[in-house]
Design a binder for this molecule. Structure first.
Ligand code: A3P
Length: 320
């Protein structure tokens, strides 16, 4: 314990040294909230976790690392990955996903793990992160472990993020941030782990270079044919469904268990609170639909985001 404390003290000292040099901002209505580190914006708690994970986390070849920018389907990806990898231990009536919320089942590397442990004590070797590819601990990129990335139409990601942050601000009795201002900031790349497009592009390019190491998924395609992508996911992480499992409908059962309808109606996700941040679990399950941006953005706003997306992704071979 004393070594952990010493490491913690050292870390917070080097963290203070590092943050004193970084560009700062207070967007989205949070005072002194953001720091720009190697091109990406972070809140100071998240950034401390990133630096701590970079220094301490030792990935192993069997690890699976679900990666994503916030509000792109992280909760869903965590659930599907966990259910797939644990399917011989649990089924759709015994899975921990039925009694704990997905973020308590699969922790975040920089939010949960890095702050609470200097040891690897993962149990099931699935650990998620919102870190950009360029910020991942070196052991993640070097160890041969598998990365699964999910991205989403930035119009839906922005709306999802804005409404999530607004709920948080209301629950903390803070003034909620105006949609137009938040939109402006998002367009300029200022949001948690933003610029959003740079986050997506880093993983996209890395997935082209290392297709055996990074599986690149899109929320919209997964919504269209979740069973197909769960089979792809299982194969990619090295535990393909056997023909016997397919005959028994195991992939379908996993997809149903992890569906928005099922997870959002579980008691824990309707009325529970997230153990780390006091956030209501229900906030992680809003609508789960493709294209809900239409109810929130004007055609001009949508066109502006589409334009930025086209510009940013041009020549990459990726469309969103
Ligand atoms: P909406 O706000 O558009 O409804 P993240 O998990 O990265 O925080 O992303 C949150 C978004 O994923 C929210 O989108 C949420 O409703 C949606 N979501 C949560 N669980 C889901 C599931 N099981 N299937 C599909 N979408 C889900």
């Amino acid at each position: 314990i004393s070594t952990e404390k010493e490491n913690g003290d050292l870390l917070s000292k080097s963290f203070q040294d590092i943050i004193s040099t970084l560009p700062k901002g207070n967007p989205w209505g949070f005072p002194d909230h953001f720091l720009q580190y190697h091109g990406f914006w972070h809140s100071s708690v998240f950034l401390q976790g990133i630096l701590s994970a970079q220094q301490q986390f030792q990935a192993q070849p069997a690890d699976i690392i679900p990666c994503s920018a916030p509000k792109t389907g992280t909760t869903w990806l965590k659930s599907l990955t966990y259910a797939t990898i644990t399917r011989t231990s649990y089924d759709d009536s015994t899975s921990p996903l039925l009694s704990k919320m997905p973020h308590d089942v699969v922790p975040f590397m920089e939010l949960d793990h890095a702050h609470f442990s200097t040891h690897r004590d993962l149990g099931i070797p699935v650990l998620a992160t919102h870190m950009p590819y360029s910020a991942l601990p070196k052991s993640v990129t070097d160890s041969g472990c598998k990365i699964v990335y999910i991205c989403r139409d930035p119009k839906d990601s922005f709306v999802s993020l804005y409404l999530f942050v607004s709920k948080y601000q209301k629950s903390e009795n803070m003034q909620t941030f105006n949609l137009d201002e938040a939109f402006e900031q998002f367009c300029q790349g200022v949001c948690w782990y933003g610029p959003y497009w740079d986050h997506v592009l880093e993983f996209w390019k890395a997935s082209l270079e290392h297709p055996d190491k990074i599986l690149f998924l899109k929320y919209e395609e997964m919504s269209d044919d979740t069973i197909l992508y769960v089979k792809r996911l299982a194969e990619f992480i090295g535990c393909p469904f056997s023909s016997e499992e397919e005959e028994k409908g195991v992939p379908e059962k996993i997809v149903k268990m992890c569906s928005f309808e099922n997870l959002s109606n579980l008691e824990v996700n309707k009325n529970g609170k997230h153990r780390v941040r006091g956030m209501e679990n229900a906030n992680y399950f809003r609508k789960g639909k493709v294209g809900d941006w239409e109810n929130w953005l004007t055609p001009e706003m949508a066109a502006r985001l589409d334009q930025i997306t086209m510009q940013k992704l041009s020549g990459s071979g990726l469309t969103l």
